[in-house]
Design a protein around this ligand. Structure first.
Ligand code: HOZ
Length: 449
């Protein structure tokens, strides 16, 4: 990782003259906002340059403040599965806006969105709305502890569940990218009840349950990981997770903040055929506005205040604009499922990247699940399967940076870290993918030299 200013030879400086307004905006932001950004994932620290500042977005396109256009492959890190400013979502927000922006009191729309979530997600019988994925997962962990009366939880290295203290242990996403998987400020007391295991290790799971068994409140995981780059679970791992948690009365909690409504309408759990006890949602469920949710078995959810005694609250929880955007997005996904299209363009993108990498001898491991994908740049000629954080961390971040800047300069906005997945939207066309693959071909050819 490098936070050093770019050197003249760094790929970040290719065509920097096209982003002079972004450069000035970043300088101004840095004087007022720590690091110049309101979330580190967007800071470009891992690719050694300065972030692009945006003016607007439409469908699959982003426009920066220097008027450069980019095909968008992050979709606000996941929420924009329909593309930006989908007319149905805009109309729903405008209608809600005409009535009021926040009441701090219940609305019927919240119940309607709850009905849609319960109908969509196999494990969810009751659901509580919050304002972000972090809040959802933090609240879910508290609930699992309150429900079981136990304190310890298991998470997996490289999985990221937002920035609640007890989950900032061996965390992925920008925590891993920027070198602080265990953040200063998280006390040893908080972290000691979080056990960290390697993802996909059935053996480690059995060992942990043999040792801590009935003291485990929850096992929390991304059922398909997006936050150390894309990593898929093995069938054996998922089976072991479900069987062991069931046997020990431990709550199995899926963090579907990224995968919910994306890998299928019912999320990764529908796609993989595994039903957890609790599920956390964010991103798509809010249609691009701040909304998260956690839900699951009714007997567990009934422990949340005021039905039960586990405290969780929020002034803007179930905010009417966010609920309207979420309902409009879910309605589109249900009535006009984009999943076959996303699968088709995802498969084409993956195949094209493989072809170019092989043609130019660029060693990569490519992982994809539906509309999420990562190209891991590797050191040696033999591909090393990326199955967990240790194998993801073998990636060559400098090569990823070269790829990232090469794509950006050709008008393709990719994740600014090796350890984030890219996201496709329903708005991406087959022609967009071909244009992206033409850029990939050029960039890989350059990397081979
Ligand atoms: N959860 C997003 C992808 N890892 C990052 C969002 C952020 O931290 O800004």
């Amino acid at each position: 990782m490098s936070c050093e200013p770019s050197s003249p030879g760094h790929p970040a400086n290719l065509h920097a003259d096209r982003r002079t307004k972004s450069h000035a905006a970043f300088a101004r932001a840095q004087s007022l906002i720590p690091g110049g950004v309101n979330s580190p994932a967007r800071a470009f620290g891992a690719v050694g340059g300065e972030p692009v500042f945006f003016r607007e977005a439409t469908a699959q396109w982003l426009t920066d403040i220097d008027s450069n256009r980019y095909l968008d492959y992050i979709g606000s890190w996941g929420p924009m599965i329909l593309g930006h400013r989908h007319p149905a979502v805009v109309a729903a927000i405008e209608t809600a806006l005409a009535h009021g922006t926040s009441y701090g009191a219940p609305t019927e729309a919240e119940t309607e969105l709850a009905e849609m979530i319960v109908a969509a997600v196999p494990s969810i019988e009751k659901v509580r709305m919050v304002s972000s994925g972090t809040e959802a997962t933090m609240s879910g962990v508290r609930l699992a502890r309150g429900f079981t009366g136990r304190e310890k939880i298991i998470k997996f290295a490289g999985n990221y569940h937002g920035h609640a203290d007890s989950l900032l242990v061996s965390a992925g996403s920008s925590a891993a990218t920027l070198g602080v998987p265990n953040s200063p400020g998280v006390t040893a007391g908080t972290a000691q009840d979080t056990l960290v295991l390697p993802y996909n290790s059935v053996e480690a799971l059995h060992d942990a349950f043999a040792r801590y068994g009935d003291a485990l409140a929850a096992v929390l995981l991304e059922p398909v990981v997006g936050n150390m780059g894309l990593v898929v679970p093995s069938d054996a791992f998922l089976k072991a997770v479900r069987e062991l948690t069931h046997h020990h009365g431990t709550v199995l909690m899926f963090d579907e903040v990224m995968t919910g409504f994306r890998l299928a309408y019912g999320g990764a759990q529908e796609r993989l055929g595994i039903t957890p006890d609790l599920t956390t949602l964010g991103k798509i469920v809010g249609g691009g506005l701040p909304l998260g949710a956690y839900g699951g078995r009714a007997d567990i959810m009934n422990h949340v205040l005021p039905a039960g005694k586990v405290f969780q609250a929020g002034t803007l929880s179930g905010n009417p604009l966010a609920v309207a955007a979420g309902m409009a997005t879910l309605t589109q996904l249900r009535e006009h499922p984009p999943y076959p299209h996303l699968e088709a363009i995802g498969a084409r993108l993956e195949a094209g990247c493989r072809t170019s990498a092989a043609a130019h001898g660029v060693p990569v491991w490519i992982a994809r699940c539906g509309s999420m994908m990562t190209v891991f740049f590797q050191g040696g000629p033999e591909p090393v399967p990326v199955i967990d954080w240790d194998t993801a961390a073998l990636s060559d971040a400098a090569k990823y940076a070269t790829f990232f800047w090469g794509m950006l300069d050709r008008g393709h906005y990719m994740p600014c870290s090796q350890y984030e997945a890219l996201f496709l939207s329903a708005a991406h066309t087959e022609a967009d993918i071909e244009s992206t693959l033409a850029a990939v071909e050029e960039v890989f050819a350059g990397m081979a030299r």
